[in-house]
Design a protein around this ligand. Structure first.
Ligand code: PXP
Length: 260
């Protein structure tokens, strides 16, 4: 199972001061040295963290593949086509969200998706769709002839946090907070079962499978046991840990957990 390190949060820290430091470009050699297989970045429409210059430089200088997350926005897709990352992951985007809160509405966006996917393929860019883990979404992604899907693991991560972490600091729906622990345990297992079943279904359909969002040094362990997931994209928890032990060690620890 490969590891893609999402380095957006380095740019989040830079943008807190709107200065030049820390520069996410400086992370690319460290990510490679720590044996991660991919750099993941998200060029948001509002450019709240990664900007156009970051994307250009990272794609140009990275010796490992770059997975560029982007929304279905004309301007951003133009940039993606011009800069040609190894892969484009299409994600939904809302201005007011703190982070990508859910997967794509494939049915509602089918026409636009078809057009954009065709365009990206013309530029020889692999395409991935960030989706909630459902049978319908896997089938619809297959119909759109993409190479990859990425399952949004946010719900899994939230249920895990409700069970095992400080409840006041997790992002989740209040309704679920009131559920008894036994019920939360069942819900967590259901999420894992769904991810297992759907990734295996996706493999049968010849789709490559990534997963990510909200994964950390605890909740990644059960996800890493799912043999049909090809890749995990992890950002916030790695960058947070890097404050204490440095980026290279933080990635190496995550790498080791996934391997084990
Ligand atoms: N994968 C996708 C498609 C994402 O949008 C994100 C968040 O930017 C991640 C993975 C990484 O999520 P996190 O930062 O919570 O690890």
């Amino acid at each position: 199972m490969k590891l893609g390190v999402n380095i957006d949060h380095i740019a989040v820290l830079r943008e807190a001061r709107k200065i030049a430091d820390p520069n996410p470009l400086d992370a690319i050699s460290i990510v490679k040295r720590a044996n991660a297989e991919q750099i993941t970045i998200h060029l948001r429409e509002d450019r709240r963290h990664i900007n156009d210059i970051d994307v250009k430089n990272i794609i140009k200088l990275s010796s490992i593949p770059v997975n560029l997350e982007c929304a279905l926005s004309h301007d951003v897709i133009d940039i993606v086509c011009k800069l040609k990352p190894h892969r484009a992951t299409i994600v939904p985007e809302k201005r007011e969200e703190v982070t990508t809160e859910g997967g794509l509405n494939i049915l509602g966006e089918q026409k636009r998706l078809k057009k954009v996917i065709k365009r990206l393929h013309k530029h020889e860019i692999e395409v991935s769709l960030f989706i909630d883990p459902t049978v319908e979404n896997v089938n619809r992604a297959k119909e759109l002839e993409v190479e990859w899907i990425e399952f949004h693991t946010g719900r899994y991560a939230n249920i895990y946090a409700m069970l095992y972490s400080n409840l006041e600091r997790t992002s989740h729906s209040i309704k679920e907070l009131e559920l008894p622990r036994d019920e939360l345990k069942i819900m967590l297992q259901e999420e894992l079962d769904a991810l297992t079943l759907l990734s295996s279904m996706a493999k049968d359909l010849k789709l490559k499978v990534a997963s990510g969002h909200g994964l950390n040094y605890q909740n990644v362990i059960d996800i890493a046991k799912i043999p049909t997931i090809d890749e995990l994209n992890i950002g916030q928890s790695i960058i947070a840990r890097s404050i204490w032990i440095g980026l290279e060690r933080a990635i190496l620890e995550m790498r080791e957990l996934i391997k084990r």
